[in-house]
Design a protein around this ligand. Structure first.
Ligand SMILES: NC(=O)c1ccc[n+]([C@@H]2O[C@H](COP(=O)([O-])OP(=O)(O)OC[C@H]3O[C@@H](n4cnc5c(N)ncnc54)[C@H](O)[C@@H]3O)[C@@H](O)[C@H]2O)c1
Length: 248
């Protein structure tokens, strides 16, 4: 990853933070993004403390103008973005029959539209340089759903097809677009679920590996998808889920 520059959205904590750390440890210069300035500052300080070359840039990935301005400033001030990891995401659970439109829209905006906005802002440079790696952080919910998460499942299902559409559209420019689909991982997003004894039992029984995943277990796949090793891999979703999707 040496000599490569990666932008990771929603990198203030959880999976984004783990992937920023992993790409940094593999030699990349990493730009961490988050909408929460205090969280972002803390994340950047922690990685600098580990000797990694990182920068922080606070912006809301759902705000098109903010995204365009931020990416332009990053590329002017720091340099071209070679790798993008569209990781920012949220969960807002509600029964579908009473789900307010705002809850539907917010989840679609953060989990799906953001990947379009951020990728659109960086891809022009990638096309000009004839090289780029785009990774979308997908989910088991690209394939299967559960009650009360229809907004999230619709967004992640859309993200899977956006990943394929981008791969098809830009492959001729030597740009690879692939998804990384985590299984159930221990992060703040799943915090209330991990401490729910019934749900914990359900996940451990449902996952062939018999346990939750840790964000650091996604690093190997992210480095693969960000490196030259995956130059002929395009439009794929790689699930890192302890075998869950393979089991009935
Ligand atoms: N945790 C899991 O089990 C799991 C499983 C599958 C997929 N995912 C996906 O992985 C990604 C990361 O999830 P996580 O568990 O680390 O979540 P998390 O809540 O721990 O972290 C998400 C980060 O994104 C940031 N963020 C939210 N909205 C943003 C915005 N508008 N602009 C910029 N940053 C924003 C948050 O501030 C936070 O720091 C998400 O896309 C999620 O859907 C998570």
């Amino acid at each position: 990853m040496r000599g490569r520059r990666a932008l990771v959205t929603g990198a203030g904590q959880g999976i984004g933070f783990a992937l920023a750390r992993g790409l940094g440890a593999a030699g990349a210069e990493v730009l961490l993004n988050d909408v929460d300035p205090a969280r972002l500052e803390q994340a950047v300080a922690a990685l600098r403390g580990e000797g990694l070359v990182v920068h922080g840039r606070c912006f809301d990935v759902t705000n098109g103008a903010d995204v365009e301005r931020s990416v332009a400033e990053i590329e002017r001030g720091i340099g071209p973005v070679d790798i993008v990891i569209n990781n920012a995401g949220i969960h807002r659970r509600a029964p579908l029959e009473s789900m307010p439109l705002e809850l539907w829209q917010e989840v679609l905006d953060v989990n799906l539209t953001s990947a379009f906005l951020v990728t659109r802002a960086v891809v022009g440079g990638m096309i000009r340089r004839r090289a780029g790696k785009i990774i979308t952080i997908c989910s088991l919910n690209c394939e299967v759903s559960r009650p009360t998460i229809a907004n999230y499942a619709a967004a992640k299902g859309g993200l899977k097809m956006l990943t394929r559409a981008m791969a098809v559209e830009w492959a001729r420019h030597n740009i690879q677009v692939n998804g990384l689909g985590p299984g159930y991982m221990r992060t703040a997003m799943t915090g209330t679920l991990t401490i729910d004894a019934d749900f914990d039992r359900f996940i451990c029984a449902r996952t062939p590996a018999g346990r939750w995943g840790e964000p650091r277990e996604l690093i190997g796949t992210a480095v693969f998808l960000a490196s030259r090793a995956s130059d002929f891999v395009n439009g794929q979703i790689l699930y890192v889920d302890g075998g869950l999707l393979a089991a009935l």
